[in-house]
Design a protein around this ligand. Structure first.
Ligand SMILES: *Cc1c(COP(=O)(O)O)cnc(C)c1O
Length: 339
């Protein structure tokens, strides 16, 4: 079998949710958008529900429908994108809670599903999604949302003045209304009790990513070796001849490439691991293959590890010039997901 194996540590996932939950005195929801940050939404949601999560957030109604099938009746499934044209049947049939973002969505929801539950998303300064203060003011008094949320733009930078600014705006928009409120993503949970309100909604920290430094790693990615060959000094490897053997070299060709989320910018910049031994990736990342220098290993390995005990998701992200979120959500559909 030439597909890589993505091992997902369910116990670590549950432990991360519990650890983040223990950091606040309030309910902890779970953000499981983008297929559970790439890990597989069914597996993630079932694990977190068993750990105690009762409210889940996804990005789109389609994700919500898939999540409802996994979770069954009971848990709240809230949709960040709100109530878009064409979403009505999905929202009704799968009992989703759209986080209404605008007067247009407010009207659409009231007209198509009168009496159906909804939440609201308020823009406290990120200028991405949510009611602007001026649009919220006229309906704030009559709104009866399941929950009012807003999102922090700089939560992973605790000293950034934007955090306090957004907190003040969120308070101005919601104080005294008696609404259930939710403000904190992972970074927000770490900012402390002022940011916790009535519920928190971490995502990345559940999956072992920064800024939750205390997270347990959840993912391990092993890639099988397809072929091993010996090169003489001066022979080159891969597209564009970007790497040339300085001396006699043994190259392992591994199954996995940029089509699987192994970002091409990591070419010549990352290592894979054979147990405790690092082996440099040499040459360019191809669509389906990597070439790894294993000259120093006593025997040819059967598989090499990209993400694992010696190399976190965030370390891989650094090599690609990106963030852990992108590495996780790029993990391709070809991998076998094993829990
Ligand atoms: C993705 C997202 C979250 C989760 O953020 P993390 O940084 O992954 O914890 C929370 N709220 C909103 C609106 C989001 O889009």
């Amino acid at each position: 079998m030439a597909t890589g194996t993505l091992h997902i540590d369910r116990a670590a996932l549950a432990a991360n949710w519990k650890a983040l939950d223990a950091m606040s005195a309030v309910e902890t929801a779970a953000v499981v958008k983008a297929n559970g940050y790439g890990l597989g939404i069914e597996l993630v949601a079932e694990t977190l529900a068993a750990a105690g999560a009762r409210s889940f957030f996804v990005a789109t109604a389609e994700e919500g429908a898939r999540l409802r099938a996994a979770l069954g009746h009971g848990p709240v499934i809230a949709v960040f994108s709100g109530h878009m044209a064409g979403d009505t049947a999905l929202i009704r049939d799968h009992v989703l809670t759209p986080m209404l973002n605008s007067p247009e969505q407010w009207t659409r929801h009231a007209e198509t599903l009168p009496g159906a539950p909804y939440g609201v998303q308020l823009d406290s300064g990120m200028n991405r999604l949510g009611f602007e203060p001026a649009d919220w003011a006229p309906i704030a008094g009559e709104a009866r949302p399941w929950c009012a949320i807003s999102h922090l733009a700089c939560a992973d930078e605790p000293d950034h003045p934007m955090n306090a600014r957004q907190l003040a705006t969120f308070r101005e928009m919601t104080d005294g209304l008696g609404l259930k409120r939710c403000f904190a993503n992972t970074g927000g949970v770490l900012l402390g009790a002022d940011y916790h309100f009535d519920m928190t909604r971490p995502g990345i920290g559940l999956y072992g990513g920064l800024p939750f430094e205390g997270a347990r790693p959840v993912v391990r990615l092993d890639l099988p070796v397809i072929q091993v060959r010996d090169l003489a000094a001066g022979e080159s490897v891969g597209y564009g001849n970007t790497w040339t053997a300085p001396g006699p070299t043994r190259i392992a060709t591994v199954s996995g490439g940029y089509a699987d989320g192994i970002i091409r910018a990591m070419s010549n910049k990352i290592r894979l691991w054979s147990g405790d031994v690092p082996c440099p990736l040499v040459g360019r990342v191809s669509m389906d293959l990597l070439t790894i220098d294993v000259t120093h290993l006593p025997e040819a390995p059967e598989a090499l590890t990209l993400i694992g005990p010696h190399q976190t998701v965030d370390a891989v992200a650094d090599a690609a010039g990106t963030i852990g979120y992108e590495i996780l959500t790029s993990l391709g559909p070809r991998y076998r997901r094993a829990a």
